[in-house]
Design a binder for this molecule. Structure first.
Ligand SMILES: C[S@@+](CC[C@H](N)C(=O)[O-])C[C@H]1O[C@@H](n2cnc3c(N)ncnc32)[C@H](O)[C@@H]1O
Length: 256
């Protein structure tokens, strides 16, 4: 069954900022949220194409690893936070799970709806979803952590949504630990990606992509944030030599 609860389009973002100060300049939460939403509204039509090209289709492989690692099955109720055009939602739905995708970019959700994915897509802030407490058995999120205005807030929302024993899986970009890989990756990520992004989609958005990594806390801090929110078995898995990371955890039993 396919539903959608999407309100009418947002007003045109003609006066919105095209660039965001780097993380060190501490933009306000409102400034970042407005920028991020406007940016994804702009790049939505070519988002999937750019993802596949710039990652050599590894993005979909990483998403499949996410679904497999979180052991999503037909018994699950899944929330995909910041679902974008629905890539993770689609893979989760293919297992037979009941899936709800949440995103605040109207145009990204339009992209998701066009794909006829058997899931419900809801236009909402992922930091405060309209879904009931302990409603989900799995919460997923792909490549969105660094885009949220508050990482603790989204982890808190995931903790609220999950039943005790429920599984959390955050897929995100990462920086390889190996110095040689790191050098090549930096070159690709900070030079080639913005260049190709500008050529094929949006200059400002694809310049922000490498910059946005600076919004991610250090590994230990990120794992601690997840643990402190009421999770156990908190694990980080490096994917493809550390170009991406998968953070997984299990909601503790007996936590509020
Ligand atoms: C890089 S895209 C990832 C989309 C998708 N998860 C994927 O795997 O391709 C990041 C998404 O996060 C969404 N986003 C960022 N902050 C959000 C928030 N607070 N609430 C809802 N969506 C948000 C953006 O609109 C965008 O669709």
């Amino acid at each position: 069954m396919k539903h959608s609860i999407i309100p009418p389009p947002l007003p045109p973002h003609t006066t919105l900022p095209l660039r965001l100060p780097s993380a060190s300049e501490l933009p306000s939460r409102e400034e970042k949220a407005v920028f991020v939403r406007a940016m994804f509204d702009r790049i939505a039509p070519r988002y999937d194409l750019l993802n596949r090209c710039l990652s050599f289709r590894l993005d979909q492989y990483w998403r499949r690893v996410t679904i497999r690692t979180a052991a999503v099955s037909a018994h699950d109720t899944v929330v995909d936070l910041a679902c974008g055009t629905g890539d993770l939602s689609e893979l989760a739905a293919q297992t037979g799970a009941r899936v709800v995708g949440i995103d605040f970019s109207y145009n990204m959700l339009i992209g998701a709806r066009r794909r006829n994915i058997p899931a419900t897509f809801v236009h909402s802030d992922a930091l405060s979803t309209p879904l009931p407490t302990t409603w989900a058995s799995v919460v997923l999120s792909g490549f969105a952590l660094r885009n949220f205005v508050s990482i603790p807030a989204v982890i808190g929302e995931a903790a609220r949504l999950l039943k005790p024993g429920g599984r959390l899986a955050f897929l995100e970009v990462d920086t390889p630990a190996n110095p040689f890989l790191r050098w090549g990756h930096q070159l690709y990520f900070t030079r080639l990606v913005p260049f190709l992004g500008a050529l094929l989609s949006d200059k400002h958005a694809y310049a922000y992509l490498p910059e946005s990594v600076s919004y991610l806390p250090e590994d230990a801090e990120l794992l601690r944030l997840i643990e402190d929110a009421g999770f156990q078995q908190v694990t980080k898995q490096r994917l493809s030599g550390g170009v991406a990371q998968l953070l997984t955890a299990v909601r503790k039993k007996g936590e509020p």
